[in-house]
Write a protein that binds this ligand. Sequence first.
Ligand code: FCB
Length: 449
Amino acid sequence: MSAGSEFFPREFVWGVAAAAPQIEGAAREDGKGESIWDRFSRVPGKVHNGDTLDDGCDHYHRFDEDFALMARFGVKNYRLSIAWPRIFPHGDGEPNPAGIAFYDRVLASMERHGITPWVTMYHWDLPQALEDRGGWRSRGTVDAFAFYADTIVRAFGSRVKHWITLNEIRCFTELAYGLGTRAPGLRVDEATLNQIYHHALLAHGHGVRAVRKFGGVGAQVGLTDNCDACIPVMETAADIAAAREWFRRRNLHLLGAIHAGGYSEEYLKRCGAAAPVVADGDFALIGAPTDFLGLNLYTGPFVRANTAGAPEEVPLPAAYPTADSAWLNIVPQVMYWGTRLAHEAYGVKHIYITENGCGYNDEPVVDGEVRDLHRREFLRAHLREMQRAIADGVPVRGYFLWTFMDNFEWEDGYQRRFGIVHIDRATQARTPKLSAHYYATVMRENRVL
Ligand code: FCB
């Protein structure tokens, strides 16, 4: 059988992804500081059912058992994040030795289980102490991030060779300070929001700088972005061109600025008086080359060319299939078009899907089994589209499924389950779902089954 058709490239990276605040629990243990999500989840009405991050999946105490389970299912790569408030309970100052010791234990356990770490520096759990000083509105948070990035790369750089600076800038900027649906839940004006985007870009630049300086031999670094990705209604030249243009416009302020090494005239004109303040040297940092681009791909709208040839989004009909996550319209082609459009727009040579998966409510254990055929179907359809992208020359080098265990799904609380391993909220018992067996087979055989 010819390689490249049925099978993924031999060196293709298969893995699973998670984030510290969603699984660790132990929200107050060993000197951990309060995060903005610890605070936000206690504001009545912000998180479904009043769920908090206090216990998570108790991964803080069970990581060894969790890595053993991963290893049993053949997981060789795990994307985790480091909780900034464990390392710096107050955001900056002196690092907390117990926080560093915890991740030392985690990384040592992963090593024992033959699992390679892919570490996200920031997955939204800003220390509340920094939010009290302005959070991402303040350039002081960028300085604190720079110091935090230096600290963790120095502490863990001998074990960690794959670094991801930030997870999904849009979610901790636009949704958090613009719409207010995510921590810290504010609604700032447009100029402030544009400045917040700029600060996030700067933090990314500092993450890259820290890895270049302290990462040691073989260290690689990239951003994980949830770029706005769309699907051409028809794969005709006209609709594809419309999709390209839609993609370019929608990502101008983040991926566009990073890859161009500056803000475009078009973006600055769009901002007008609300344009961000840029200091000398900012873009030398922001535009520094990275080793890969991480893309979190879940969904996206359909776009076609209107009569003038311009991009036009086609609204979804009410009966369009979704997961239980209200935002998750099921569009497997996002894997093909998201990666292809990013590759074409920015010329990135290495793309990793750093997240993809689906959230459903209440998946009961029946006779020791969770029969999540909807998730199996979701994965299969998405993996096929990813494979189509690779066959068309898009440099997708790896795939991390979101997520290993059911966990705290932000404002949706614990009700929304994305895991391939079921968590019993009362007992914390772990039960691999049917999809875990499915994905284990895909990883082992290196092909879609
Ligand atoms: C992404 C987040 C991740 C998870 C998934 C479902 O936006 O990065 O933490 O919640 O969505």
